[in-house]
Design a protein around this ligand. Sequence first.
Ligand code: HQG
Length: 180
Amino acid sequence: MSEKSADISKFLSYILRHQPEAIGLSLDKEGWTPISELIICAVKSGHILDNNIIYNIVNESVKKRFNISDDGLRIRAAQGHSSQQVDINYKEKKPPEFLYHGTAIRFIESIRNQGLNKKDRQYVHLSADRETAIQVGSRHGKPILLKIKALEMYGQGFKFYQADNGVWLSSSIPYQFINE
Ligand code: HQG
């Protein structure tokens, strides 16, 4: 992804996950907003955006960060929200035996005390593969990989969800289900 695309992708993530009101945009409960309105609000606030730019960013995203509706008219972020406007009705799903979470070594003491919390987002984010988890952890500093006993948690009544882009979500992970 070019430098410029990366900036636009970050802008879209910020608006569609966290602060739609920063450009006067509304999202529905499922996180959707009309692409036409996104473009109008973005342009009004000084960001160059059009249909082509949006479609390119969506298609270039290896992580499939954004979904386009079947009719091609609406867009949403697949996961990662903190906006109160959004409460996506993710489908519950039985997880594999283990899921992974990458974090920074500097957080580990606090995680030992509290387990994994969702922090500013609506869910704790987990991945099915170690590589992705390590990459996610590296965003915060020297990474450490945590192995989550997901199926055991599920067996004890904890709920798991999977976003359209494959990212696993759960409300919290008590430390007893975490292997360092
Ligand atoms: C940590 C990206 C101390 C947690 C990624 C993480 C992901 C604690 C940080 C998605 C803690 C929150 C989400 C505790 C959790 N004490 N630290 N008790 N509990 N933490 O960014 O999982 O590229 O909100 O380990 O790919 O890093 O943006 O979550 O380090 O899927 O599309 O608190 O964002 O996607 O950080 O990343 P974040 P995350 P995008």
